[in-house]
Ligand binder design. Sequence first.
Ligand code: HEC
Length: 135
Amino acid sequence: MKKTLLPLALFSSLLLANGYEIYKNNCASCHIEMIAKEEVLNNLDKMKAPPMVEVSNQIRSNIIIKDDDEDVHKHLFVLFVKDYIRNPELSKSMCHPGALERFDVMPSLKTKLTEQEAQEVATWLYERYEGVAFR
Ligand code: HEC
C-alpha cells in the first residue's frame, strides 16, 4: 500500500507545479496572482481582469454544497472553472457587475488549452488559494 501512495503524492504535486506553469503562460497576462484588496484601486490601470486571488475566492464561496464535503466542493469548482475558461459567457460569470463592465467577458482559451491543461490549471486555482482570503 505504502509503495503506491508515494508516487501518487509525487504525481499530484507535479500536476500542481504544472498547473502553475499553465497559469503563468496563459492567465498571468490578465489575472495577477496576488494583491491586497486595498491595493486594487491603485493598480486598476495595469489590470485586464480581476486578480486570481479574487476569482478563486469568489467562485469558492459561491459554490455551496449541502453536506460540506471538501472533495465535492473542489470537484464542482474545478468543473466550473474548466468550463468557464474554454467557454466563457456573460450568463455564466460570477464576476462583479462592475468588473464585467470594466473588463468585459473573458476571451475563450479553447484553442490554447487542452482539456487536461484546463483541468490542471483549474485544480491549481483551487489549491493555490486554499486558506488565502482576498482582503
Ligand atoms: C485576455 C485576458 C484574460 C486571460 C488571458 C484569462 N482571463 Fe480569465 N477573465 C478575464 C476577464 C476580463 C474576466 C472577467 C469577466 C468574466 O467573468 O468573464 C475573467 C474571468 C475569469 C473567470 C470567471 C470569474 C467568475 O467569477 O465567474 C475565471 C474562472 C477565469 N477568468 C480564469 C482564468 C484562467 C484559469 C485563465 C488562464 C488559463 C484565464 N482566466 C485567462 C480575462 C482573461
